[in-house]
Ligand binder design. Structure first.
Ligand code: XMP
Ligand code: MG
Length: 172
């Protein structure tokens, strides 16, 4: 049986989400940004983040796959489910659960840039900066994570553990 070791408690995550919401609402005053969640991992972060915001906003999702079923990125990104909202002229804020190599988001940035948004920024709750292969500008960053595979708060291992309220290190 895999063992879980707590990296961030639900309370620590709650505080980080609240801080990100404050930064975002300060920067997007008078705008109507499109929050673009990267499925599946970002769904819990998205839900908590937007409930901390008292401002106009819209929500959209895109599903990308790079990981397959295991713990290693395959390095090749596919659009599994495309967005159904026009991005042209919109203020897009990408909502991502965790950034690892940067391959997924650099693909998404390029994919969206072609569609001519008014602005394009990244909000990531967790960051494994030591794993980065492609440098990325993270405009809003929650919490830094060491080079370990983590689960909980939307993140899975083989589709399990997404529902757990904290962030945990998965030990085989
Ligand atoms: P890259 O390497 O493209 O990876 O920046 C980003 C995507 O990979 C997933 N990912 C993880 N999922 N535990 C997970 O459950 C992890 O430790 C982990 N690291 C990366 C994640 O879905 C993200 O979108
Ligand atoms: Mg995953």
């Amino acid at each position: 049986m895999p063992q879980l070791q707590t990296l961030f408690t639900p309370e620590e995550i709650k505080l980080a989400v609240k801080r990100l919401a404050q930064e975002i609402s300060r920067d997007y005053q008078g705008k109507n940004p499109l929050f673009l969640g990267v499925l599946k991992g970002s769904f819990i972060f998205m839900a908590d983040l937007i409930r901390n915001l008292d401002m106009p906003l819209e929500v959209e999702f895109v599903a990308l796959s790079s990981y397959g079923q295991g713990m290693e990125s395959s390095g090749k990104v596919n659009v599994v489910q495309d967005l159904r909202t026009s991005v042209k002229g919109r203020d897009i804020l990408i909502i991502e659960d965790i950034i690892d190599t940067g391959i997924t988001l650099s693909f998404l940035l390029e994919y969206l840039q072609c569609k001519k948004p008014a602005s394009l920024k990244i909000c990531a709750l967790f960051d494994k900066a030591s794993c980065r292969q492609i440098p990325l500008p993270i405009d809003y960053l929650g919490l830094s994570v060491p080079d370990v595979f983590v689960v909980g708060y939307g993140l899975d291992y083989d589709e399990k553990f997404r529902h757990l309220p904290g962030l945990y290190l998965l030990k085989e």
